[in-house]
Design a protein around this ligand. Structure first.
Ligand SMILES: Cc1ncc(COP(=O)(O)O)c(C=O)c1O
Length: 407
């Protein structure tokens, strides 16, 4: 039997992740392997930590990566920071808010869900009202809810959490590197991001950062494994973190100058994250955010001019994801397969109450480029015309070009 060489078809990834990895990242991944305790490798890890601090806009010493996807990053932070019996408030406005609840239930947390219609976000007062009613250890929420394309403003919520003595733990998986995230200024205690979206590396690593409040909890739960512990390793007083692989106490030791042995670091993925962060800082955070905003403006102008309606509360739409209401005359699978099979463009379906109603278009990281926006608009027009959907022919690309011309 002949097995195929890996030689994937070219694709333009305009879904909300994974998106196209920066070619510099892919090149870095093909560099040869270094041992995980080689000083040359550990000094690269230290650089990654410093670059990640700049991208998260934080001074947190505990800023590093976990070898897992973003979901694993969420699980690592929540399992470490939240002890069984802790009360956690979750303002959920889409699929990933419910994921936080699912993970926290397994941590033994006592959760309270605040729910919102999909396509909306919370007003800060709603979170404050809930915090007045009970004492919570933490509020856990999503910044960019990719399932609905909504982005929760966090600056006010961070202040409120601080006033009520609750930690704020935030999933910025879809926003970091494409929309503004200010960990310290917004009073975020712990923050998790993925690599396969606006960071523009492959999936397989999670970026995390947490402050001294969280670090103290982690240290109080620390218990170094028997085979490697020394006389100076004293057990903490809080319940031990129930996961060995996702044990922040041991991971933080591995990332400290002590480099205490835990797992075998995913070397090539470290190269990827290092290069991706370097590319972000080279472009400049402000320029990068402006690029995403301009491409978002062109995309939404083009869609609207074509006669397509945008889903949800537009004022709180993520600049890196746009959800469109599927027009009459076509269904989601036909639209998506037309885009993929005829143009090699991937856009995404949705989940739960929005399944079959919206299509999500990403505008993330390396994929966020003028030519991709124009290509997507042109392809979408052709696909809709093939199904005889009524649209304003020619207006979409023209409106987007106008945005670029005036920029
Ligand atoms: C907002 C958000 N959080 C978490 C995840 C889970 O990430 P992963 O699939 O990398 O585990 C995703 C993935 O799409 C996401 O969009």
């Amino acid at each position: 039997m002949n097995f195929r060489e890996i030689n994937p078809s070219p694709r333009t990834l305009m879904c909300p992740g994974p998106v196209e990895a920066d070619p510099r990242v892919l090149r870095a991944m093909s560099a040869h392997i270094l041992g995980q305790f080689d000083p040359e490798f550990t000094s690269l890890m230290a650089e990654t930590q410093e670059m990640a601090r700049q991208v998260f806009k934080t001074q947190n010493m505990q800023t590093y990566t976990v070898d897992t996807t973003s979901r694993g990053g969420l699980e690592t932070v929540l399992t470490g920071a939240i002890c069984p019996g802790d009360k956690v408030l979750i303002p959920a406005f889409g699929r990933f808010g419910y994921l936080l609840a699912e993970i926290l239930e397994r941590c033994g947390a006592e959760i309270t869900l605040l729910e919102k219609e999909w396509g909306q976000v919370f007003a800060p007062e709603e979170v404050e009202e809930a915090l007045k009613k009970d004492t919570y250890k933490a509020v856990a929420c999503i910044h960019g809810e990719t399932s609905t394309s909504m982005m929760q403003p966090l600056d006010e919520i961070g202040k409120i959490c601080k006033n009520y003595g609750a930690m704020l733990i935030v999933d910025t998986v879809a926003t970091l590197g494409g929309a503004d995230v200010k960990v310290d200024e917004w009073n975020i205690d712990a923050c998790i991001a993925g690599t396969q979206k606006c960071i523009s590396a492959p999936s397989g690593s999670a970026l995390i950062t947490y402050n001294k409040t969280v670090e103290d909890i982690i240290l109080a739960r620390k218990k170094v494994e028997k085979g490697i512990r020394t006389d100076s390793d004293i057990d903490g007083t809080l319940p031990q973190i129930p996961s060995n692989y996702l044990d922040l106490a041991q991971l933080q030791d591995y990332w400290s100058p002590r480099h205490l042995n835990h797992h075998t670091e995913a070397t090539s993925m470290q190269y990827a994250v290092h290069e991706a962060l370097r590319c972000i800082l080279l472009e400049g955070m402000d320029k990068r955010l402006e690029r995403h905003m301009l491409n978002d403006k062109a995309l939404t102008a083009g869609l609207t001019a074509m006669g397509i309606t945008i889903f949800g509360d537009i004022a709180n739409k993520m600049p890196v994801v746009t959800a469109i209401n599927i027009p009459e005359g076509i269904d989601g699978p036909t639209l998506r397969s037309g885009m993929l099979n005829d143009f090699g463009i991937e856009v995404a379906t949705s989940f739960g109450p929005l399944d079959g109603k919206i299509i999500r278009i990403g505008n993330m990281g390396y994929s966020s480029q003028k030519r991709n926006i124009l290509f997507t608009l042109g392809a979408l027009e052709a696909v809709l015309l093939q199904s005889n959907v009524k649209i304003n022919v020619g207006d979409g690309v023209a409106a987007a070009l106008e945005v670029y011309k005036n920029a």
